[in-house]
Design a protein around this ligand. Structure first.
Ligand SMILES: [Ca+2]
Ligand SMILES: [Ca+2]
Length: 360
């Protein structure tokens, strides 16, 4: 009897896995709802409670509020004034631009004992940057989009193991405002932040992503190769999942590469774009034009809410089959609009056509 049961149970197990993959990757005939979900907005108390213990803050009434800051930023300048402003920026941050390119927006810089320090901002929040001769390092400060660093910053911001910065705590008042990301409002203003750099610089697995960053994005801070595919987290374009080659994995890879091949911003060790997907083919992509962080839908609640709100500008849907067995459709949507991608598989290659059907 056992001889009969064994192959049968194996068969059932395999067919279950296949079905799950089918369901997660392909649209079925029942019309599914994939509408955008508005996330719950954190309360001011929750934001203050979420402040990590390595960050202390005090109030200095001489500093500007977030509202004053953003009003200043909205001021318009003449072409000549703009040119001058860009030149001042390029000159001030020349050393950082040389080493980190345009993957960060630079906020402050200072040279101490031959080391050029900087503060940079990207989609994750704020980073401490260091360049000394030919070695460069960037450390995520553990302060994310809930913190706004002001335009005016202390002239000397590095002192021993402390980093000083001026700013506010903010909350996201609306999840996506195109093209500037989430809209924000102040929770607590005129703050002097004092950040403990010993915590910030901790990199347990010595893979050049500090522990605070790895915890934020759910990489393993104790393994230099989270997905165990032989490519270290730091250089892996898809560090949460091992890359595989298959017809539909190649399709998702191509969709994302196409989206980013023209983007000068996407080149850099600290630049990522994020996606939620339950599709196994999607998980194992191997993009060459941008680095990706992909999470199954049920991981959403494990992510810090500000990260979740700021980091996932696009949605790429499941695959829809056509009567023509070589033709497929995939819906996409972002803060600026959406539509579908028509994918034709011919002579072992994918041909994509993108059709926009709505703008926001
Ligand atoms: Ca690390
Ligand atoms: Ca890896």
């Amino acid at each position: 009897m056992k001889l009969i049961y064994l192959p049968l149970s194996v068969f059932i197990l395999i067919s279950c896995i296949t079905d799950r993959k089918e369901d997660a990757c392909f649209e079925n005939d029942k019309k599914e709802k994939t509408a955008y979900q508005e996330f719950r907005i954190d309360t001011p108390q929750e934001i203050l409670r979420a402040n990590p213990s390595h960050v202390k803050f005090t109030v200095d009434n001489k500093l500007k509020t977030y509202k004053e800051e953003t009003e200043d930023a909205r001021k318009s300048y003449s072409e000549a004034e703009d040119k001058k402003r860009f030149k001042v920026y390029d000159d001030k941050y020349a050393e950082l631009i040389k080493n980190f390119g345009n993957q960060f927006y630079y906020i402050n810089t200072e040279k101490v004992d031959g080391i050029v320090y900087g503060i940079g901002q990207n989609m994750f929040g704020y980073w401490l940057l260091e360049t000394k001769n030919n070695t460069v390092a960037a450390y995520y400060l553990g302060l994310s989009q809930f913190t706004h660093f002001s335009k005016k910053q202390p002239e000397h911001f590095i002192s021993g193991n402390k980093l000083l910065a001026y700013g506010s705590f903010v909350r996201i008042s609306k999840s996506w405002g195109y093209p500037f990301g989430p809209q924000k409002e102040a929770v607590k203003d005129r703050l002097v932040f004092e950040i403990d750099l010993q915590t910030v610089k901790k990199d347990s697995d010595k893979d050049r992503f500090n522990d605070l960053f790895e915890k934020l994005v759910l990489l393993n801070p104790d393994s230099a190769d989270t997905d165990k595919d032989g490519i270290p987290d730091f250089t892996d374009s898809n560090p949460l999942y091992r890359s595989e080659k298959s017809k539909f994995t190649d399709l998702y890879t191509l969709i994302i590469d196409r989206e980013y091949e023209q983007s000068g911003f996407s080149k850099g060790s600290y630049f990522f774009t994020g996606y939620f997907s339950d599709c196994d083919y999607f998980h194992h992509i191997n993009p060459t034009q941008v680095k990706v962080l992909i999470y199954p839908e049920n991981k959403s609640s494990e992510l810090q809410s500000d990260y979740r709100l700021g980091m996932f500008p696009e949605h790429i849907g499941k695959i829809r089959k056509d009567k023509d067995k070589n033709r497929f459709y995939i819906d996409y949507g972002s803060g600026s609009g959406g539509g579908y991608i028509e994918a034709l598989f011919k002579n072992g290659k994918w041909n994509l056509t993108k059709q926009s059907t709505y703008d926001i």
